[in-house]
Design a protein around this ligand. Structure first.
Ligand SMILES: [Zn+2]
Ligand SMILES: [Zn+2]
Length: 493
Protein backbone atom coordinates (compact mmCIF):
# COMPACT_ATOMS: atom_id res chain seq x y z
CA UNK A 1 0.00 0.00 0.00
CA UNK A 2 1.22 3.47 -0.78
CA UNK A 3 -0.13 6.57 0.87
CA UNK A 4 -0.30 9.84 -0.91
CA UNK A 5 0.88 12.76 1.11
CA UNK A 6 3.11 14.50 -1.38
CA UNK A 7 0.36 16.99 -2.10
CA UNK A 8 0.51 18.36 1.46
CA UNK A 9 3.73 20.01 0.46
CA UNK A 10 2.11 22.74 -1.57
CA UNK A 11 1.70 26.08 0.11
CA UNK A 12 -1.81 26.40 -1.23
CA UNK A 13 -2.91 23.32 0.61
CA UNK A 14 -1.10 24.37 3.78
CA UNK A 15 -2.76 27.77 3.85
CA UNK A 16 -6.12 26.12 3.20
CA UNK A 17 -5.59 23.72 6.11
CA UNK A 18 -4.65 26.53 8.45
CA UNK A 19 -7.70 28.55 7.40
CA UNK A 20 -9.98 25.58 7.87
CA UNK A 21 -8.59 24.82 11.30
CA UNK A 22 -8.58 28.44 12.41
CA UNK A 23 -12.25 28.67 11.60
CA UNK A 24 -12.87 25.79 14.01
CA UNK A 25 -11.17 26.98 17.20
CA UNK A 26 -8.40 29.42 17.81
CA UNK A 27 -7.78 30.11 21.43
CA UNK A 28 -4.69 31.27 23.26
CA UNK A 29 -2.69 28.47 24.87
CA UNK A 30 -3.94 27.45 28.31
CA UNK A 31 -2.08 29.13 31.12
CA UNK A 32 -0.82 27.11 34.06
CA UNK A 33 -3.74 28.46 36.14
CA UNK A 34 -6.23 27.40 33.49
CA UNK A 35 -4.86 23.91 33.18
CA UNK A 36 -4.81 23.40 36.95
CA UNK A 37 -8.53 22.55 37.30
CA UNK A 38 -8.22 20.06 34.43
CA UNK A 39 -5.29 18.35 36.14
CA UNK A 40 -7.18 18.33 39.44
CA UNK A 41 -10.12 16.62 37.75
CA UNK A 42 -7.73 13.96 36.47
CA UNK A 43 -6.38 13.46 40.00
CA UNK A 44 -9.92 13.16 41.35
CA UNK A 45 -10.62 10.32 38.88
CA UNK A 46 -7.54 8.35 39.86
CA UNK A 47 -9.24 5.56 41.88
CA UNK A 48 -11.60 4.78 39.00
CA UNK A 49 -8.84 4.48 36.40
CA UNK A 50 -6.50 2.60 38.71
CA UNK A 51 -9.29 0.05 39.08
CA UNK A 52 -9.66 -0.20 35.29
CA UNK A 53 -5.91 -0.63 34.78
CA UNK A 54 -5.80 -3.22 37.56
CA UNK A 55 -8.55 -5.27 35.94
CA UNK A 56 -6.76 -5.25 32.56
CA UNK A 57 -3.48 -6.11 34.33
CA UNK A 58 -5.11 -9.08 36.05
CA UNK A 59 -6.93 -10.31 32.90
CA UNK A 60 -3.66 -10.13 30.92
CA UNK A 61 -5.20 -11.00 27.58
CA UNK A 62 -2.79 -11.64 24.69
CA UNK A 63 -2.92 -10.16 21.17
CA UNK A 64 -6.31 -10.39 19.38
CA UNK A 65 -7.74 -12.11 22.47
CA UNK A 66 -8.29 -8.87 24.45
CA UNK A 67 -12.04 -9.39 24.65
CA UNK A 68 -12.63 -8.15 28.20
CA UNK A 69 -9.94 -5.46 28.11
CA UNK A 70 -11.12 -3.84 24.87
CA UNK A 71 -14.78 -4.05 25.96
CA UNK A 72 -14.04 -2.40 29.30
CA UNK A 73 -12.36 0.60 27.64
CA UNK A 74 -14.93 0.83 24.84
CA UNK A 75 -17.78 0.68 27.38
CA UNK A 76 -16.22 3.49 29.44
CA UNK A 77 -15.93 5.68 26.36
CA UNK A 78 -19.43 4.86 25.23
CA UNK A 79 -20.97 5.72 28.59
CA UNK A 80 -18.98 8.99 28.56
CA UNK A 81 -20.73 9.98 25.33
CA UNK A 82 -18.39 8.69 22.62
CA UNK A 83 -19.78 6.92 19.60
CA UNK A 84 -18.00 3.57 19.50
CA UNK A 85 -17.47 1.35 16.46
CA UNK A 86 -16.36 -2.11 17.53
CA UNK A 87 -14.72 -4.86 15.49
CA UNK A 88 -13.15 -2.44 12.99
CA UNK A 89 -10.59 -3.60 10.37
CA UNK A 90 -11.82 -7.22 10.61
CA UNK A 91 -10.52 -7.42 14.19
CA UNK A 92 -13.06 -8.24 16.92
CA UNK A 93 -11.01 -6.48 19.64
CA UNK A 94 -10.23 -3.28 17.68
CA UNK A 95 -12.47 -0.25 18.08
CA UNK A 96 -12.71 3.45 17.34
CA UNK A 97 -14.44 5.80 19.81
CA UNK A 98 -15.33 9.23 18.49
CA UNK A 99 -16.64 12.45 19.99
CA UNK A 100 -17.49 15.74 18.27
CA UNK A 101 -17.41 16.55 14.59
CA UNK A 102 -15.47 18.41 11.93
CA UNK A 103 -11.89 19.57 11.90
CA UNK A 104 -9.43 19.19 13.44
CA UNK A 105 -9.43 15.43 13.97
CA UNK A 106 -7.12 14.37 16.80
CA UNK A 107 -6.49 10.71 17.52
CA UNK A 108 -5.15 9.09 20.67
CA UNK A 109 -3.89 5.50 20.53
CA UNK A 110 -4.68 2.91 23.20
CA UNK A 111 -3.12 -0.56 23.53
CA UNK A 112 -4.11 -3.38 25.89
CA UNK A 113 -2.48 -6.68 24.90
CA UNK A 114 -0.34 -8.70 27.31
CA UNK A 115 2.65 -10.99 26.67
CA UNK A 116 2.51 -14.79 26.83
CA UNK A 117 4.39 -16.58 29.61
CA UNK A 118 4.91 -13.37 31.59
CA UNK A 119 2.38 -13.99 34.39
CA UNK A 120 3.65 -12.46 37.62
CA UNK A 121 2.17 -11.19 40.88
CA UNK A 122 2.71 -7.57 41.94
CA UNK A 123 5.49 -8.59 44.33
CA UNK A 124 9.25 -7.90 44.22
CA UNK A 125 10.26 -11.54 43.70
CA UNK A 126 9.56 -13.90 40.81
CA UNK A 127 6.15 -15.37 41.59
CA UNK A 128 3.91 -16.29 38.67
CA UNK A 129 0.14 -15.85 38.96
CA UNK A 130 -0.92 -19.48 38.84
CA UNK A 131 -4.21 -18.88 37.04
CA UNK A 132 -2.66 -16.78 34.25
CA UNK A 133 -0.67 -17.64 31.14
CA UNK A 134 0.36 -14.08 30.29
CA UNK A 135 1.30 -10.82 31.95
CA UNK A 136 1.47 -7.10 31.21
CA UNK A 137 5.23 -6.95 30.76
CA UNK A 138 4.97 -3.97 28.39
CA UNK A 139 2.52 -1.98 30.53
CA UNK A 140 -0.22 -1.88 27.91
CA UNK A 141 -2.86 -2.01 30.69
CA UNK A 142 -1.53 1.44 31.68
CA UNK A 143 -1.26 2.55 28.04
CA UNK A 144 -4.89 1.77 27.21
CA UNK A 145 -6.21 3.16 30.48
CA UNK A 146 -4.30 6.48 30.46
CA UNK A 147 -5.29 7.11 26.84
CA UNK A 148 -8.95 6.44 27.65
CA UNK A 149 -8.72 8.62 30.76
CA UNK A 150 -7.25 11.47 28.70
CA UNK A 151 -9.84 11.12 25.93
CA UNK A 152 -12.72 11.34 28.40
CA UNK A 153 -11.14 14.33 30.17
CA UNK A 154 -10.60 16.14 26.86
CA UNK A 155 -14.17 15.39 25.83
CA UNK A 156 -15.44 16.97 29.10
CA UNK A 157 -13.40 20.08 28.27
CA UNK A 158 -14.78 20.15 24.73
CA UNK A 159 -18.28 20.15 26.15
CA UNK A 160 -17.53 22.73 28.87
CA UNK A 161 -15.77 25.13 26.49
CA UNK A 162 -17.80 24.35 23.39
CA UNK A 163 -14.72 23.32 21.42
CA UNK A 164 -15.19 22.23 17.84
CA UNK A 165 -13.42 19.29 16.29
CA UNK A 166 -13.30 15.52 16.42
CA UNK A 167 -11.61 13.51 19.14
CA UNK A 168 -10.88 9.85 18.50
CA UNK A 169 -9.60 7.10 20.71
CA UNK A 170 -8.24 4.19 18.69
CA UNK A 171 -8.52 0.89 20.52
CA UNK A 172 -5.52 -0.97 19.08
CA UNK A 173 -5.11 -4.70 19.72
CA UNK A 174 -2.13 -7.01 19.30
CA UNK A 175 0.73 -4.51 19.28
CA UNK A 176 3.04 -7.30 20.46
CA UNK A 177 3.64 -9.08 17.19
CA UNK A 178 0.16 -8.99 15.68
CA UNK A 179 0.56 -5.68 13.80
CA UNK A 180 -3.02 -4.67 14.67
CA UNK A 181 -2.53 -1.02 13.70
CA UNK A 182 -1.16 -1.97 10.29
CA UNK A 183 -4.57 -3.41 9.44
CA UNK A 184 -6.29 -0.38 10.97
CA UNK A 185 -4.19 1.90 8.76
CA UNK A 186 -4.93 -0.29 5.75
CA UNK A 187 -8.67 -0.04 6.52
CA UNK A 188 -8.38 3.75 6.17
CA UNK A 189 -9.29 4.47 9.79
CA UNK A 190 -6.62 7.18 10.05
CA UNK A 191 -7.22 8.81 6.66
CA UNK A 192 -8.86 11.99 7.94
CA UNK A 193 -6.79 12.32 11.11
CA UNK A 194 -4.71 15.50 11.52
CA UNK A 195 -2.49 14.37 14.38
CA UNK A 196 -2.14 11.15 16.36
CA UNK A 197 -0.73 10.98 19.89
CA UNK A 198 0.51 7.94 21.75
CA UNK A 199 2.66 7.13 24.74
CA UNK A 200 4.39 4.13 26.20
CA UNK A 201 5.23 2.97 29.70
CA UNK A 202 8.97 2.85 30.32
CA UNK A 203 11.60 3.57 32.93
CA UNK A 204 11.98 7.27 32.16
CA UNK A 205 9.97 10.35 31.28
CA UNK A 206 10.81 11.63 27.84
CA UNK A 207 9.10 12.91 24.72
CA UNK A 208 10.11 10.81 21.73
CA UNK A 209 11.97 11.94 18.67
CA UNK A 210 13.74 8.65 18.13
CA UNK A 211 13.10 6.15 15.42
CA UNK A 212 13.13 2.40 15.94
CA UNK A 213 13.37 -0.80 13.90
CA UNK A 214 11.16 -2.03 11.09
CA UNK A 215 10.09 -5.58 11.78
CA UNK A 216 9.05 -8.68 9.84
CA UNK A 217 7.86 -11.79 11.63
CA UNK A 218 6.42 -15.09 10.58
CA UNK A 219 5.93 -18.73 11.41
CA UNK A 220 8.00 -21.18 9.36
CA UNK A 221 6.34 -24.60 9.35
CA UNK A 222 7.96 -27.84 8.25
CA UNK A 223 6.26 -31.09 7.43
CA UNK A 224 7.97 -34.49 7.26
CA UNK A 225 7.03 -38.13 7.94
CA UNK A 226 6.57 -39.70 11.37
CA UNK A 227 7.89 -43.14 12.32
CA UNK A 228 9.32 -44.93 15.36
CA UNK A 229 12.48 -43.03 16.25
CA UNK A 230 14.40 -46.20 17.14
CA UNK A 231 12.60 -48.94 15.20
CA UNK A 232 12.16 -47.25 11.81
CA UNK A 233 14.10 -43.96 11.71
CA UNK A 234 15.02 -44.53 8.05
CA UNK A 235 11.31 -44.38 7.23
CA UNK A 236 10.97 -40.96 8.85
CA UNK A 237 11.78 -37.42 7.76
CA UNK A 238 12.11 -35.06 10.72
CA UNK A 239 10.41 -31.68 10.65
CA UNK A 240 12.33 -30.81 13.82
CA UNK A 241 15.64 -31.42 12.00
CA UNK A 242 14.48 -28.87 9.42
CA UNK A 243 13.75 -26.33 12.17
CA UNK A 244 17.18 -26.94 13.69
CA UNK A 245 18.95 -26.50 10.35
CA UNK A 246 16.91 -23.37 9.72
CA UNK A 247 17.87 -21.99 13.13
CA UNK A 248 21.55 -22.84 12.58
CA UNK A 249 21.41 -21.09 9.22
CA UNK A 250 19.91 -18.00 10.86
CA UNK A 251 22.55 -18.05 13.60
CA UNK A 252 25.35 -18.16 10.97
CA UNK A 253 23.60 -15.43 8.99
CA UNK A 254 23.93 -13.10 12.00
CA UNK A 255 27.59 -12.59 11.18
CA UNK A 256 26.84 -11.44 7.65
CA UNK A 257 24.06 -8.91 8.07
CA UNK A 258 24.35 -5.17 8.74
CA UNK A 259 25.30 -4.19 12.26
CA UNK A 260 21.91 -2.84 13.31
CA UNK A 261 20.06 -6.07 12.49
CA UNK A 262 18.21 -8.01 15.17
CA UNK A 263 17.25 -11.66 14.61
CA UNK A 264 15.35 -13.77 17.15
CA UNK A 265 13.19 -16.85 17.15
CA UNK A 266 11.38 -19.33 19.37
CA UNK A 267 10.50 -22.90 18.49
CA UNK A 268 6.76 -23.06 18.96
CA UNK A 269 6.45 -26.72 18.05
CA UNK A 270 9.29 -29.22 18.21
CA UNK A 271 7.32 -32.45 18.20
CA UNK A 272 5.51 -34.41 20.87
CA UNK A 273 7.70 -37.28 22.10
CA UNK A 274 11.33 -38.29 21.56
CA UNK A 275 10.36 -41.74 20.31
CA UNK A 276 8.26 -40.31 17.48
CA UNK A 277 10.13 -38.55 14.67
CA UNK A 278 8.21 -35.25 14.46
CA UNK A 279 6.28 -34.91 11.22
CA UNK A 280 5.48 -31.28 12.08
CA UNK A 281 7.57 -28.50 13.60
CA UNK A 282 7.26 -24.73 13.71
CA UNK A 283 9.60 -21.81 14.42
CA UNK A 284 8.37 -18.26 15.00
CA UNK A 285 10.97 -15.84 13.61
CA UNK A 286 11.51 -12.08 14.00
CA UNK A 287 13.89 -9.94 11.94
CA UNK A 288 14.43 -6.20 12.47
CA UNK A 289 16.46 -3.42 10.91
CA UNK A 290 16.10 0.40 10.89
CA UNK A 291 15.55 0.46 7.13
CA UNK A 292 12.55 -1.49 5.73
CA UNK A 293 14.24 -2.06 2.34
CA UNK A 294 17.39 -3.50 3.92
CA UNK A 295 15.14 -5.63 6.09
CA UNK A 296 13.36 -7.00 3.02
CA UNK A 297 16.72 -8.25 1.74
CA UNK A 298 17.57 -9.84 5.10
CA UNK A 299 14.18 -11.55 5.21
CA UNK A 300 14.67 -13.11 1.78
CA UNK A 301 17.94 -14.60 3.07
CA UNK A 302 16.06 -16.00 6.09
CA UNK A 303 13.63 -17.61 3.67
CA UNK A 304 16.65 -19.27 2.03
CA UNK A 305 17.63 -20.74 5.42
CA UNK A 306 14.15 -22.29 5.53
CA UNK A 307 14.54 -23.59 1.99
CA UNK A 308 17.94 -25.09 2.85
CA UNK A 309 16.54 -26.75 5.98
CA UNK A 310 13.74 -28.32 3.98
CA UNK A 311 15.98 -29.53 1.14
CA UNK A 312 18.51 -31.17 3.46
CA UNK A 313 15.87 -32.99 5.49
CA UNK A 314 13.48 -33.86 2.64
CA UNK A 315 10.64 -32.05 4.31
CA UNK A 316 8.29 -29.42 2.95
CA UNK A 317 7.93 -25.91 4.28
CA UNK A 318 5.46 -23.04 4.42
CA UNK A 319 5.50 -19.56 5.86
CA UNK A 320 2.74 -17.53 7.50
CA UNK A 321 3.59 -13.83 7.58
CA UNK A 322 2.37 -12.74 11.04
CA UNK A 323 3.77 -9.28 11.54
CA UNK A 324 5.26 -6.44 9.57
CA UNK A 325 5.73 -3.00 11.03
CA UNK A 326 7.44 0.11 9.73
CA UNK A 327 10.12 2.13 11.49
CA UNK A 328 8.78 5.15 13.39
CA UNK A 329 8.76 8.46 11.55
CA UNK A 330 9.54 11.01 14.28
CA UNK A 331 7.74 14.35 14.37
CA UNK A 332 9.71 17.37 15.61
CA UNK A 333 6.74 19.66 16.26
CA UNK A 334 4.74 17.09 18.21
CA UNK A 335 7.81 16.07 20.22
CA UNK A 336 8.28 19.72 21.21
CA UNK A 337 4.65 20.05 22.23
CA UNK A 338 4.70 16.84 24.29
CA UNK A 339 8.02 17.78 25.89
CA UNK A 340 6.56 21.10 27.02
CA UNK A 341 3.57 19.49 28.72
CA UNK A 342 5.54 16.59 30.15
CA UNK A 343 7.97 19.09 31.71
CA UNK A 344 5.13 21.13 33.19
CA UNK A 345 3.72 18.00 34.83
CA UNK A 346 7.05 16.51 35.92
CA UNK A 347 8.20 13.01 36.88
CA UNK A 348 7.53 10.76 39.85
CA UNK A 349 8.98 10.43 43.31
CA UNK A 350 8.69 7.24 45.32
CA UNK A 351 7.36 6.71 48.83
CA UNK A 352 9.31 4.80 51.47
CA UNK A 353 7.21 1.73 50.69
CA UNK A 354 7.90 1.96 46.94
CA UNK A 355 11.60 2.50 47.61
CA UNK A 356 11.67 -0.64 49.74
CA UNK A 357 9.92 -2.53 46.90
CA UNK A 358 12.62 -1.26 44.50
CA UNK A 359 15.40 -2.31 46.85
CA UNK A 360 14.09 -5.88 46.93
CA UNK A 361 13.30 -6.07 43.22
CA UNK A 362 16.23 -4.38 41.54
CA UNK A 363 19.04 -6.75 42.68
CA UNK A 364 17.33 -9.45 40.57
CA UNK A 365 18.28 -7.56 37.41
CA UNK A 366 21.30 -8.56 35.32
CA UNK A 367 22.91 -5.18 35.14
CA UNK A 368 26.20 -4.13 36.65
CA UNK A 369 25.02 -0.70 37.74
CA UNK A 370 21.52 0.54 38.27
CA UNK A 371 20.58 4.19 37.81
CA UNK A 372 19.43 5.98 40.96
CA UNK A 373 15.70 5.89 41.71
CA UNK A 374 15.66 9.69 41.57
CA UNK A 375 16.02 9.45 37.78
CA UNK A 376 12.27 8.82 37.63
CA UNK A 377 11.68 12.34 38.94
CA UNK A 378 13.39 13.91 35.92
CA UNK A 379 11.99 14.66 32.52
CA UNK A 380 14.81 13.82 30.14
CA UNK A 381 15.64 15.80 27.03
CA UNK A 382 14.06 14.97 23.72
CA UNK A 383 16.74 13.19 21.76
CA UNK A 384 17.04 11.91 18.24
CA UNK A 385 18.50 8.51 17.76
CA UNK A 386 17.96 4.85 17.20
CA UNK A 387 15.90 2.67 19.50
CA UNK A 388 15.96 -1.09 19.12
CA UNK A 389 12.35 -2.06 19.59
CA UNK A 390 9.57 -2.05 17.03
CA UNK A 391 5.93 -1.01 17.12
CA UNK A 392 2.98 -0.88 14.78
CA UNK A 393 2.69 2.79 15.75
CA UNK A 394 5.37 3.02 13.06
CA UNK A 395 2.79 2.36 10.35
CA UNK A 396 0.47 5.04 11.78
CA UNK A 397 3.40 7.49 11.79
CA UNK A 398 3.82 7.14 8.01
CA UNK A 399 0.13 7.89 7.46
CA UNK A 400 -0.49 10.77 9.91
CA UNK A 401 1.76 13.18 11.84
CA UNK A 402 2.31 11.10 14.99
CA UNK A 403 4.12 11.79 18.23
CA UNK A 404 4.62 10.04 21.53
CA UNK A 405 6.39 10.00 24.86
CA UNK A 406 7.22 7.62 27.65
CA UNK A 407 6.70 7.94 31.38
CA UNK A 408 8.34 6.13 34.27
CA UNK A 409 6.01 3.21 35.02
CA UNK A 410 8.80 0.88 36.15
CA UNK A 411 11.83 1.70 38.31
CA UNK A 412 14.91 3.09 36.54
CA UNK A 413 16.94 0.19 35.15
CA UNK A 414 14.02 -2.26 34.88
CA UNK A 415 13.69 -3.53 31.28
CA UNK A 416 10.28 -3.96 29.72
CA UNK A 417 9.27 -7.55 28.82
CA UNK A 418 10.49 -8.80 32.19
CA UNK A 419 8.67 -10.15 35.26
CA UNK A 420 10.00 -7.12 37.13
CA UNK A 421 8.09 -4.86 34.70
CA UNK A 422 4.87 -6.84 35.27
CA UNK A 423 5.36 -6.49 39.05
CA UNK A 424 5.91 -2.70 38.86
CA UNK A 425 2.92 -2.25 36.55
CA UNK A 426 0.63 -3.92 39.06
CA UNK A 427 1.51 -1.43 41.82
CA UNK A 428 1.38 2.31 42.52
CA UNK A 429 4.73 2.55 40.68
CA UNK A 430 2.97 1.88 37.37
CA UNK A 431 -0.09 3.91 38.35
CA UNK A 432 2.02 7.01 38.97
CA UNK A 433 3.43 6.86 35.44
CA UNK A 434 -0.08 6.36 34.09
CA UNK A 435 -1.28 9.58 35.76
CA UNK A 436 1.56 11.58 34.17
CA UNK A 437 0.64 10.09 30.80
CA UNK A 438 -3.08 10.90 31.18
CA UNK A 439 -2.24 14.51 32.11
CA UNK A 440 0.29 15.01 29.31
CA UNK A 441 -2.03 13.53 26.68
CA UNK A 442 -4.91 15.69 27.93
CA UNK A 443 -3.02 18.99 27.81
CA UNK A 444 -1.37 18.24 24.47
CA UNK A 445 -4.68 17.22 22.88
CA UNK A 446 -6.39 20.36 24.17
CA UNK A 447 -3.63 22.47 22.70
CA UNK A 448 -3.93 20.72 19.34
CA UNK A 449 -7.69 21.29 19.37
CA UNK A 450 -7.37 24.98 20.13
CA UNK A 451 -4.14 25.99 18.38
CA UNK A 452 -4.35 25.32 14.63
CA UNK A 453 -0.74 26.38 14.17
CA UNK A 454 0.37 23.34 16.18
CA UNK A 455 -1.27 21.11 13.60
CA UNK A 456 0.24 23.04 10.71
CA UNK A 457 3.65 22.66 12.36
CA UNK A 458 3.07 18.93 12.86
CA UNK A 459 2.15 18.53 9.19
CA UNK A 460 5.24 20.48 8.14
CA UNK A 461 7.49 18.25 10.27
CA UNK A 462 5.76 15.21 8.78
CA UNK A 463 6.30 16.39 5.20
CA UNK A 464 9.93 17.20 5.88
CA UNK A 465 10.77 13.83 7.44
CA UNK A 466 8.76 11.91 4.88
CA UNK A 467 10.14 13.70 1.80
CA UNK A 468 11.56 11.32 -0.78
CA UNK A 469 10.54 8.22 1.18
CA UNK A 470 7.67 5.85 0.68
CA UNK A 471 5.73 3.49 2.87
CA UNK A 472 4.69 0.02 1.92
CA UNK A 473 3.50 -2.94 3.95
CA UNK A 474 4.40 -6.52 2.99
CA UNK A 475 0.91 -7.73 3.79
CA UNK A 476 -0.87 -8.67 0.58
CA UNK A 477 -4.16 -6.81 0.10
CA UNK A 478 -6.23 -9.88 0.85
CA UNK A 479 -4.31 -11.02 3.95
CA UNK A 480 -6.37 -10.79 7.10
CA UNK A 481 -4.81 -10.28 10.55
CA UNK A 482 -3.42 -13.48 12.09
CA UNK A 483 -6.09 -13.52 14.80
CA UNK A 484 -4.80 -16.82 16.23
CA UNK A 485 -1.09 -15.99 16.20
CA UNK A 486 -0.83 -16.52 19.97
CA UNK A 487 -2.19 -20.06 19.75
CA UNK A 488 1.12 -21.84 19.34
CA UNK A 489 0.63 -24.82 17.09
CA UNK A 490 0.29 -27.80 19.42
CA UNK A 491 -0.94 -29.78 16.43
CA UNK A 492 -0.43 -29.18 12.76
CA UNK A 493 -2.60 -26.20 11.73
ZN1 LIG B 1 6.41 -4.62 24.20
ZN1 LIG C 1 4.61 -2.04 24.32
Amino acid sequence: MRLHHGSWATDVVRVAIAAMLVSANSLPAMTAEESQPVLERIDAQRPKYVEIASKIWRWAEVGYREVQSSSLLADELESAGFEVKRGVADIPTAFVAEFGSGKPVIGILAEYDALPGMEQEAVPAKQPIKSNKAGHACGHHLFGTASTWAAITVKDEMVAKNLKGTLRLYGCPAEEGGSGKVFMVRAGLFNDCDVVLHWHPGSENRAGLETNLANISGKFRFRGKAAHAAGAPHQARSALDAVMLFAHGVDLLREHVPQETRLHYVITNGGNAPNIVPDFAEVYMYARHPDPKTLDGIWSRIEKCAEGGAIATETTRSLELVGNTANLLPNDAIAKLLDKHLRAIGGVTYTAEETAFAETLRPSLLRPELPPLTEASQVKSVSEGQRYGSTDVGDVSWAVPTGGFSTACVFPGVPMHSWQAVACGGTTVGHKGMVIAAKTLTLATLELLTKPNEIVAAKESFDKRRAGKSYQTRFPKDQRPALNYRDNAAVEP
